[in-house]
Design a protein around this ligand. Structure first.
Ligand SMILES: Cc1cc2nc3c(=O)[nH]c(=O)nc-3n(C[C@H](O)[C@H](O)[C@H](O)COP(=O)(O)O)c2cc1C
Length: 200
């Protein structure tokens, strides 16, 4: 009987790392609740977490170097993620200022001259807004993403408006259509990342 060499140990297929960015800093944010729902839904299929960026300062070119510690931290988290899932509300038919401020920090080259961490990043967008369902905000993100050469997952963004009850209770209530839309986005995002991994 010939002795068989042991099978080489297979390293487990790494789960994709998805970083959720919530574009509202308020404590009872409906967008944060949507992000929490998605992170829970992804738990078996991805390493998903919500970025804490509330200490990122207002962008000012005078304060870029040395890079503020909070900015370094969020840049590192974005750099090690495979994709961003942005949960954006809408302010005055546009992108909330704090979220745009964060993107601007992420768009700048690093101290060592290496490219900005957001360049080329895969992303998708969802969100809760008022009567326009945050669609102006989501639409306004697109030229910025295009300029930053980001790859937008080919799936419809989930955009919903809060109901009166959600407004008064500050509790997100996703209906079946919203849940199906978020699942469609999740499936498309994971398939996209899998395709990228195969082509490496
Ligand atoms: C300053 C401000 C401007 C807003 N403008 C819009 C708007 O133009 N369109 C819209 O659909 N909702 C608008 N809203 C409603 C927010 O999108 C909505 O309250 C959303 O739930 C806020 O997100 P959050 O719950 O995650 O904080 C506005 C809210 C604020 C505070």
């Amino acid at each position: 009987m010939t002795s068989q060499s042991p099978m080489p140990e297979q390293s487990p297929h790494p789960k994709p790392r998805i970083l959720a960015i919530v574009g509202s800093l308020r404590r009872q944010s409906l967008n944060r609740q949507m992000a929490e729902y998605v992170v829970a839904q992804l738990s078996d299929r991805a390493d998903a977490e919500i970025l804490n960026w509330r200490d990122v300062p207002l962008f000012n070119q005078d304060d870029e170097r040395p890079t503020p510690a909070a900015v370094t931290r969020v840049r590192e988290q974005v750099a090690k993620s495979d994709a961003l899932w942005i949960f954006a509300p809408e302010y005055n038919h546009g992108v909330p200022g704090p979220l745009k401020n964060l993107i601007d920090w992420l768009s700048r080259p690093l101290d060592d001259g290496s490219p900005a961490v957001i360049i080329g990043k895969t992303a998708t967008v969802s969100g809760v807004g008022g009567s326009s369902c945050a669609r102006y905000s989501h639409g306004a993100l697109l030229p910025t993403f295009d300029f930053l050469q980001m790859h937008i997952v080919p799936a419809a963004f989930t955009s919903m408006s809060f109901t009166r009850t959600m407004f008064t209770t500050s509790t997100l209530n996703l209906d079946e259509a919203n849940k199906a839309s978020l699942e469609n986005q999740a499936t498309a995002l994971l398939a996209d990342l899998e395709k990228q991994a195969q082509n490496l």
